[in-house]
Design a binder for this molecule. Structure first.
Ligand SMILES: Nc1ncnc2c1ncn2[C@@H]1O[C@H](COP(=O)(O)OP(=O)(O)OP(=O)(O)O)[C@@H](O)[C@H]1O
Ligand SMILES: [Mg+2]
Length: 1048
């Protein structure tokens, strides 16, 4: 299923606030706040499971952190002969699962355990240092990690320990032991020892985190060597028996620890349960000093503390994102759970990954991108760090499916949905509804938070999501709404009878020529604000955007050219580079005036450059389509709506509100206004528009019957969420459709719809009926067929999954592997086929350029050479040829040329298409190729496609020279930037992750400090993520199975 790739970008205000020049904290420092447990937020019914979930994968871990204690476990250990693993574990390799237990024990007997911990550490160091740390490197590491903590963090630690006096652990001793177990000990030594059990508890938890992180820094080779040696030494029978005993006792320990977390006596962080470092980061990275009152009220809502679901709604630019982000951080750091954030567009996902990577690096969590063809299913289960998955609607759905399938949905503590009103928008709305319904049905511990500026029937949504509701009419920057009819400007006024009141008369002195060219006074309205301020003009169509931009520039005063002239020239140079020497003639004409258009016809690189220039004020006017309407933070003192239409449809209230909401963004502008240009004939419609409430949000499961309902039914059975008709019906009652069924489905009841849907899936061979005989009673259940499973795993549209199967099967008979041409055909998206109209001359030319082997592909897929030749020469064709195959092959030619030439400009010229169309085709193909790959993974007979499609997907995703791919994997680095970086010597991910942002700014043209820092942060995040994934794999590989025959 394709995701809209709209290149809308969020802009965080960074200009004023400068990030500390101190290098980012290393993993230990980054991890430390993870241990700050939240008492008030993690109230009743909050299982803090994740730490123990991961323990099973930690083969190096053992349970000696409980030693010298009088717990059950300690007794069990006393009865067991000491083994070398114990020593190793005590030396600092403590499994995550044990931290809670440690915390609990230390809370009970703080000073004893501290002393014990120190002693244990010392002993182990005595044993371990010569072999594993001959140079005392780990000690240095802990020192340096501590040094790297930002001052706010140090202050936080110091504050924590302030009331301390008389601890048994002396600063000196602790310092000696710093490398193995005690960065927090070091912290205490930096202030004073801490007697209070609460403080000790918290400090200890920091300590455990740091321990575990310092273990990660031990070389992988050492880990492997130690682990292998220990495995070889350990008699398997013993391991198994003691392990069982320990596990039983351990679970009891964890239970106790969990209760402690739930108890109000556990301290929480100073900033909404988070370390004050978060506050610092918000100031440094976002320029946010204090929270708005509503943000504070919302964050302290009782329902959030009870982990209830929440919907909140505030006007555009109300600051909704920040609340969501703080909730996300609480879940990751305090509750130690993974989080899924669902955003509407690929470009917004990339922007968010880019924006939150710095937080991840500093605070020790992973940020994983799920958009386009990126994302792993199921995601890698991390041992230590928690993950924030940032996903589009489609990828979010696949992710949730994969978590349910692997019984890991409980790992997700929180799901945040931005622009919740998308629930009402076509097949994407249906997908979002399915995702949320599945989470609600399968996981009691995952809570959901949704936000939007444009919600109306909140009651229905609340019922569906079982959520509380918070709303406030707050907008930090006032937005004034105006309407222009002829020469008059009216202000929108809800109290006025017809919705608006007179504001001013326009008295522009237009020549007769200008009047003809600009009858709606766009130029006059624009020049009231530019070039000092920025202005957006929303236009109904792409063509209209280009026309408006050209027209405005034709009549603009020449003085506009001199404003930031050099930077505008640089932008033109930039765009030329992107286009390999070519630049769109419209942009070439408009940019010198500070004007550009913005719509989906631009390539991703072009869009990014134009948005960046506009954000910096180099461009002051963008003529854009609705692609720039949702959730974007761009400067705009004035937003003009060229007409109350999107394409030929009259504007909806929601769309209107989102568009005008781009004006006056907090932190960017201090005032905002919108002007809707209305023709006399539309006056009454516009009156309705401004006076009517926002549209209701309705379920789309029914209108999108195959994409919505049938897909849902298939995956419910496939995931075994519901396997009988009754269970499926029960599930459906819990969807938004279930809530709105009487309104939406007047002809058929919900149970009839379920029955029809299931029957249709059985007919299609995607589901089958199973009769279970049990105690002489037979029960009819449903099971998914192999094809059905492949279809839902690959998110393949059910209307063409049979066709896809047939074509892939046929491909096996004679796959032409001389080039990627044949494979590309199989991965060409079906949903772009219907609106493709081939140019027959180009078709023939392309065909003749194929090699003899490649030409056979055309014949194989049902497009004979004679057909193409006849079409090109205008001859009549007698034999019918399937037009879908013909069109699909034409699209394959475009993709094939793209992969060869890696230049969207030259390809669009060759095929006489807009570069936006070509870019869109490429994005869709990358996404579809990854779907076909998941489809094939489920079908044994297609094993051969797996390797082939993995590579092809990668090529389609980046479509650049191979050497640029590692750089483009970094969120936000597109081809042009990757080229610059590569040429400057940054050739690998490691180069970027370790780059100095200051040097980058100096060596890379047009790269701001903020962008440089974000590139480095994103690269660091990706590198960490990849390294952790490998480590994870190693751990799993070396884990001793508990069920080795003959060992019980
Ligand atoms: N407490 C705050 N202090 C200063 N600026 C803030 C604060 N909270 C948010 N902002 C800034 O306000 C701007 C708008 O915020 P945000 O993007 O969250 O709006 P929104 O409510 O999501 O709007 P929309 O519905 O249009 O997406 C952002 O630039 C953000 O950095
Ligand atoms: Mg928003």
């Amino acid at each position: 299923m394709a995701e809209p790739p709209l290149a809308v970008r969020r802009r965080s205000r960074l200009g004023a606030a400068r990030k500390r020049s101190r290098p980012p904290a290393g993993p230990s420092a980054a991890c430390s706040p993870l241990a700050v447990k939240r008492a008030s937020i993690g109230g009743e019914g909050t299982p803090a499971q994740s730490p123990c979930d991961d323990s099973e994968e930690d083969m190096f871990g053992d349970y000696s952190s409980f030693c010298e204690d009088d717990s059950l476990l300690a007794q069990a250990l006393a009865a067991e002969p000491a083994r070398p693993q114990d020593a190793e574990a005590a030396a600092g390799v403590v499994p995550e699962s044990l931290r809670l237990g440690t915390a609990q024990r230390e809370q009970e007997n703080c000073s004893a355990s501290e002393t014990a911990g120190t002693r244990g550490g010392d002993t182990e160091r005595g044993v371990q240092t010569p072999a594993s740390d001959p140079l005392g490197a780990s000690e240095e590491l802990a020192d340096s990690l501590f040094d790297e903590l930002p001052s706010s963090q140090l202050l936080y630690f110091a504050e924590m320990c302030q009331p301390s006096a008389g601890s048994e652990a002396s600063a000196g001793t602790e310092k000696v032991d710093a490398s193995k177990c005690s960065s927090s000990d070091k912290i205490r030594s930096a202030s004073s020892p801490c007697p209070d059990s609460e403080y000790k508890n918290r400090s200890t938890e920091f300590s455990s985190d740091l321990k575990s992180d310092s273990c990660k820094n031990t070389s992988l080779k050492d880990h492997l060597k130690n682990a292998l040696t220990e495995n070889a030494k350990a008699p398997t029978v013993k391991v198994s028996k003691t392990k069982q005993l320990k596990e039983a006792i351990l679970s009891e320990e964890i239970c106790v620890a969990r209760k402690a977390i739930g108890s109000p006596s556990v301290d929480i962080g100073p900033f909404y349960g988070l370390p004050s470092k978060v506050k610092d980061l918000l100031r440094q990275l976002r320029g946010i000093e204090t929270l708005y009152e509503w943000q504070h009220d919302c964050l302290t809502l009782e329902c959030l503390q009870q982990r209830k679901n929440l919907i909140y709604s505030l006007p555009t630019s109300g600051g909704k994102t920040l609340v969501a982000e703080i909730l996300i951080l609480q879940e990751l750091l305090c509750m130690q759970k993974d989080v899924l954030m669902i955003l509407p567009y690929v470009a917004i996902v990339q922007e968010k990954v880019w924006g939150l990577s710095s937080f991840g690096i500093e605070l020790g969590f992973l940020v994983e991108e799920y958009a386009g063809s990126k994302g792993r299913f199921p995601p890698i289960k991390r041992r230590c760090k928690k993950s924030l998955y940032i996903a589009t609607i489609e990828k979010g759905h696949m992710l949730v499916n994969s978590l349910i399938e692997t019984d890991r949905i409980g790992d997700l503590g929180l799901v945040v949905v931005d622009e919740l009103h998308m629930l009402g928008e076509g097949s994407r709305g249906a997908t979002l509804e399915m995702t949320l319904a599945k989470i609600l049905y399968t996981s009691k511990s995952t809570h959901i938070v949704g936000m939007s500026a444009t919600l109306n029937n909140v009651g229905d949504l609340q019922k569906f999501l079982r959520a509380e509701y918070y709303t406030k009419n707050f907008r930090p920057v006032e937005l004034k709404e105006y309407i222009k009819i002829r020469d008059t400007i009216y202000e929108v006024d809800s109290k006025a009878e017809n919705g608006f009141t007179f504001s001013r008369l326009l008295n522009f002195k237009y020549s007769s020529n200008l009047k003809k060219a600009d009858p709606d006074h766009i130029i006059a309205l624009v020049t009231e604000v530019i070039p000092k301020y920025s202005c957006l003009i929303f236009c109904p169509t792409k063509k209209n955007c280009e026309n408006v931009a050209s027209m405005v520039c034709k009549y603009l005063n020449k003085e506009f050219r001199s404003h930031r002239e050099k930077e505008k020239q640089d932008l033109i140079k930039d765009l030329k580079n992107i286009g390999n020497g070519s630049i769109c003639p419209v942009l070439k004409q408009t940019i010198p005036f500070g004007v550009a258009y913005h719509h989906s016809g631009l390539t991703n690189d072009e869009r990014k450059s134009i948005e960046e220039a506009y954000s910096r004020g180099v461009l002051c006017l963008l003529a854009c389509t609705a692609t720039l309407a949702a959730g974007v933070n761009l400067p705009a003192r004035r937003v003009i709506l060229r007409a109350p239409y999107v394409a030929s449809d009259f504007l909806k209230k929601n769309q209107y509100k989102q568009m005008i909401g781009r004006a006056g963004r907090a932190g960017i502008d201090n005032a905002g206004e919108s002007i809707l240009i209305v023709q006399e004939k539309d006056k009454h419609l516009v009156q309705d528009l401004v006076t009517s409430p926002l549209e209701n949000c309705y379920s789309n499961l029914l209108p999108e019957f195959t994409k919505g309902m049938q897909n849902l039914l298939l995956s419910l059975v496939g995931l075994k969420i519901a396997v009988t008709q009754e269970e499926v019906y029960d599930f459906l009652c819990h969807t938004l459709l279930g809530v709105q069924q009487q309104l939406l489905s007047k002809e058929k009841s919900l149970s009839e719809l379920v029955k029809d849907g299931l029957e249709s899936l059985i007919e299609k061979g995607l589901l089958r009926v199973k009769i279970m005989e049990k105690d002489q009673n037979s029960k009819i259940t449903l099971a998914i067929t192999r094809l059905g499973k492949a279809a839902y795993k690959g998110s393949i549209d059910l209307s063409y999954c049979n066709l896809l199967y047939k074509e892939l099967k046929k491909g096996l008979e004679g796959l032409v592997l001389e080039s990627s041409f044949h494979l590309l055909y199989l991965a060409t998206p079906y949903d772009m086929v219907s609106n493709c109209s081939p140019d027959w001359m180009i078709y023939l030319r392309q065909f003749t350029q194929l090699s003899a082997a490649e030409q056979t592909v055309a014949d194989m897929v049902g497009v004979p050479e004679s057909f193409i030749a006849k079409k090109a020469s205008g001859q009549a064709i007698r034999k019918s040829v399937d037009s879908a195959s013909v069109n699909r092959l034409y699209l394959t030619f475009i993709l094939y040329t793209l992969l060869k030439e890696t230049n969207i400009w030259s390809v669009s010229e060759k095929f006489n298409l807009s570069r936006g169309y070509v870019q869109n085709l490429l994005n869709s193909a990358a996404s579809f190729a990854s779907c076909v790959l998941h489809f094939c993974e489920e079908l044994e007979e297609f094993w051969v496609y797996k390797a082939l499609l993995t590579e092809l997907t990668k090529h389609l995703t980046y479509c650049v020279k191979t050497e640029l791919i590692p750089l483009m994997e970094v969120a936000g680095v597109l081809e042009a930037r990757a080229n610059q970086l590569y040429n400057a010597g940054y050739k690998t991910l490691a180069h970027l992750a370790n780059a100095n942002p200051e040097t980058l700014v100096k060596t890379i043209e047009h790269l701001s400090r903020r962008q440089a820092k974000q590139i480095v942060s994103s690269a660091k995040m990706l590198l960490t993520e990849k390294a952790e994934a490998l480590q994870e794999e190693v751990e799993l590989l070396l884990k001793v199975p508990t069920d080795i025959p003959g060992t019980s």
